[in-house]
Write a protein that binds this ligand. Structure first.
Ligand SMILES: *Cc1c(COP(=O)(O)O)cnc(C)c1O
Length: 411
């Protein structure tokens, strides 16, 4: 009878578990070191990179082994919607970068947010949601969870801590930096108010990935990322992440098995590959974004620039205190829709596209993308004007980006 060469999946799990313990025993390892080595198998003659375990299902040796699996924490695998060794390696890597005990990855950022909210709230519960929230998250609350009896209480980001203290809710969902004006929420203040009130804090940290801020250290309960953006970093896969304490995350992991927004092993491998250059990429995104933001703020055609690293940004002092980098997103306004559209159509190197966090610099117009369909009053409340242009600074040379912006700004 054919005998397979050992239980690869189980062996790999132990390799990853050993790696995790080893890395955690070196808590002072820098982010770049963690990013490069997270998910790298260890041991004699181990492959340098994680094998892609492309199988939906796993063999069992006996009924007793299935029972061992059912008891949990055996390192055994049954079905890849629930767990898969390559996906598990990606989860351990993300947990390391986020400084979390546990992380669960999903097939998209919205898959992660859906699992977080469905895991935390029940019919009759209320969710405090920052008004500057990703459209998908807002619509999930407004149009979907509302049908299951979940109430939505929108609150301006700067009023979150006071609101939670005044009238607690089941959960509080917010982002920092926000889109598109890159306003910074005082994360420690909101998280502390939530802890005190018994409200679970959920922070979408997509615009401020691990190199820039540490939400769990600031007291946040659950951190969410669209790993589609900076974590994977190459605009070629959808993925999502939840991270936090083991006690918070394990119920969400079990729920994720039912919701089915699982990450594929191939994509988990690519996510791990993207993570190897994560810290390096973030350094470059930040450095180029600061240069571009400074250049734009001196250009006569530009009326205003929003970048948390500029002293002119309303939250610059808070950003300096709370973040270790100001990120790769830059927003500016040309005052009118006509000027913004004309500028946008003239871009050559910068791609006209939604999304962010990849190697290519992208530009979107908030009124046509994230804030399409908003009334004039809703735009005003979101701090969005019709002349706004958003840039996701990629990894090109800053001089080339500035040259493209310069030619597109000439009228
Ligand atoms: C893109 C994005 C999401 C949704 O993530 P997907 O991977 O597209 O599902 C959520 N929040 C923010 C801030 C995002 O930018």
């Amino acid at each position: 009878m054919f005998r397979p060469p050992g239980n690869l999946a189980r062996g790999l799990f132990h390799v990853v578990a050993a790696l995790y313990k080893r890395a955690m025993s070196h808590p002072r390892a820098g982010l770049s070191t963690l990013a490069v080595h997270a998910g790298t198998p260890q041991g004699p003659n181990a492959p340098l990179t994680v094998p892609i375990v492309q199988s939906t299902t796993f063999r069992f040796e006996s009924a007793a082994q299935v029972q061992e699996y059912a008891r949990g924490s055996s390192g055994l695998f049954m079905y890849s919607r629930d767990e898969n060794p390559t996906v598990r390696a990606a989860e351990e890597a993300v947990a390391l970068l986020e400084g979390a005990e546990s992380a669960v990855v999903f097939g998209s950022g919205m898959g992660a947010m859906t699992a977080a909210l469905m895991g935390l709230v029940s019919a009759g519960d209320e969710v405090i949601a920052a008004t500057a929230l990703y459209g998908g998250t807002y619509k999930l609350l407004r149009d979907v969870l509302s049908r299951f009896g979940v109430k939505l209480r929108p609150v301006e980001p700067e009023r979150l801590a006071a609101e939670v203290a005044g009238r607690p809710a089941k959960a509080c969902v917010f982002e920092s930096p926000t889109n598109p004006t890159l306003r910074i929420v005082d994360v420690a203040a909101v998280a502390a108010a939530c802890r005190k009130a018994g409200t679970v804090s959920v922070m979408d940290s997509t615009f401020g990935p691990p190199a820039l801020q540490r939400p769990l250290e600031l007291g946040v309960d659950v951190v969410m990322h669209s790993a589609t953006k900076y974590l994977n970093g190459h605009s070629d896969h959808l993925a999502g992440v939840l991270a936090g304490s083991r006690a918070r995350l394990e119920p969400l992991r079990l729920l994720s098995h039912k919701l089915g927004a699982s990450l594929d092993a191939q994509v988990a491998y690519d996510l791990l590959r993207g993570l190897k250059t994560f810290a390096l990429r973030m350094e470059r995104h930040c450095a180029t974004a600061l240069r571009v933001a400074r250049w734009l703020s001196e250009h006569r055609a530009v009326q205003r620039v929003w970048y948390p690293g500029l002293p002119s940004h309303p939250d610059h002092e808070l950003a300096k205190r709370q973040m270790s980098g100001f990120g790769g997103m830059v927003t500016f306004t040309l005052g009118t829709k006509e000027r913004a559209f004309a500028f946008w159509d003239r871009l050559r190197l910068v791609a006209r596209a939604a999304s962010l966090g990849g190697t290519e610099t992208l530009s979107s117009l908030p009124i046509l993308f994230s804030h399409t369909g908003y009334s004039a009053q809703e735009l005003l409340r979101a701090g969005v004007d019709e002349g706004m242009v958003r840039l996701s600074i990629g990894l090109e040379d800053a001089d080339d980006l500035i040259a493209d912006l310069a030619q597109a700004l000439e009228t």
